[in-house]
Design a protein around this ligand. Structure first.
Ligand SMILES: Cc1cc2nc3c(=O)[nH]c(=O)nc-3n(C[C@H](O)[C@H](O)[C@H](O)COP(=O)(O)OP(=O)(O)OC[C@H]3O[C@@H](n4cnc5c(N)ncnc54)[C@H](O)[C@@H]3O)c2cc1C
Length: 312
């Protein structure tokens, strides 16, 4: 089945939930880039199972889009099926004994942190500074402020869209192979829900931790259109430090620029294209390698760029 046939089959199974040649720029924090050939909005498990029943035969490229805070989609767009979770996947359940929090894959991490803190569930405050979703956090093992998702995740429920007789499977944290910005969640896997361990704590103490993290982020990170850290930190070092040391703060390609506030954040200005950002990524990589001998590796997921590995 080609992509047109896939779109037709999906429209029949999920009426009103499928669009073709749909812009996804506004679904990403960079707010640049081209369209997805097919975009599906899934609001419940039945919709995902219907989606899986079509995709399992044809296995087209699939891109889950969470909050789009770690994605750069090329101007040429994404030639596959992009999937956005909503509805049932945007709900949070907090255990009254503060033992655990369950959240759908589409829940924004700052909302999770604030809702948990407001009822005295501590330990998840670090999520307030990470503008991703629960699904994106599991996939990326997102972290900051001395904690990462692996430290607080108990299990995630995952559906393989290519899995044939698809079913949602619970995976304990040990079964997700989480390490620095890595998991074994693949492109065709959907994190539908996750359970986090909570620690009962004083509401004011939790909320003070949140306020401190928000203050720190405002002081040290730029606003505007970016996707956080572009490169992974090399072992024992910081990508931002290396970029700064190579004198690259303020380096510009078209409308994209290396932030003056945090050298590992690249800003897309109002006239920037996704290709400007990609060319800036390349320029920084080459110049850091020349200056320091270190080959930086992207943390940013770059989608639809033909000349590099696609890692949706
Ligand atoms: C200002 C700023 C600050 C940031 N700070 C941090 C930080 O401190 N620490 C950190 O780790 N990251 C940080 N990030 C990056 C980003 O927020 C994280 O990587 C986050 O986990 C991405 O989540 P997302 O929902 O936006 O995922 P997306 O960007 O939408 O996608 C990222 C990857 O996750 C996959 N994915 C998304 N949702 C699902 C799902 N439900 N099921 C399966 N796969 C899915 C996508 O297919 C893609 O491969 C920052 C970003 C910004 C813009």
């Amino acid at each position: 089945m080609n992509l047109t046939d896939v779109a037709t089959a999906l429209e029949a199974r999920l009426p009103g939930r499928v669009s073709r040649d749909a812009s996804v720029a506004e679904l990403t924090t960079y707010r640049v880039g081209g369209p997805a050939a097919v975009l599906v909005h899934a609001g419940d498990e039945a919709a995902l199972l219907a989606l899986a029943s079509v995709l399992a035969c044809s296995k087209p490229p699939v891109l889950l889009i969470g909050r789009g805070s770690n994605l750069l989609v090329a101007e040429a767009g994404f030639r596959g099926v992009a999937v956005v979770l909503e509805g049932d996947f945007a709900t949070i359940e907090i255990d009254p004994d503060a033992d655990h929090v369950r959240a759908g894959g589409a829940v924004p991490l700052p909302m999770l942190a604030r809702r948990a803190a407001a009822v005295g569930v501590g330990g998840l405050e670090f999520f307030v500074g990470i503008p991703g979703s629960v699904g994106g956090a599991v996939r990326m093992n997102a972290g900051g402020h001395g904690r990462e998702t692996a430290d607080v995740l108990r299990r995630a429920w995952v559906l393989d869209l290519f899995g044939g007789a698809a079913a949602v499977e619970a995976r304990d944290v040990d079964g997700l192979d989480l390490s620095y910005r890595h998991s074994n969640v693949d492109a065709s896997h959907v994190v539908v829900r996750a359970e986090f361990a909570g620690e009962p704590d004083d509401v004011t103490v939790c909320e003070d931790r949140i306020a401190e993290i928000v203050r720190w982020r405002r002081e040290h990170q730029p606003g505007g259109s970016n996707a956080g850290s572009v490169f992974r930190n090399p072992p024992g070092d910081s990508a931002g430090r290396l970029i700064d040391e190579a004198g690259l703060k303020g380096l510009r390609v078209g409308g994209a620029v290396v932030s003056d506030k945090h050298a590992n954040f690249f800003q897309a200005g109002p006239d920037a294209t996704a290709d400007d950002v990609a060319r800036l990524v390349d320029a920084v990589r080459v110049r850091v390698a020349d200056a320091t001998g270190v080959e930086l590796v992207t943390e940013l997921r770059m989608i639809g760029f033909n000349d590099r590995e696609d890692t949706p």
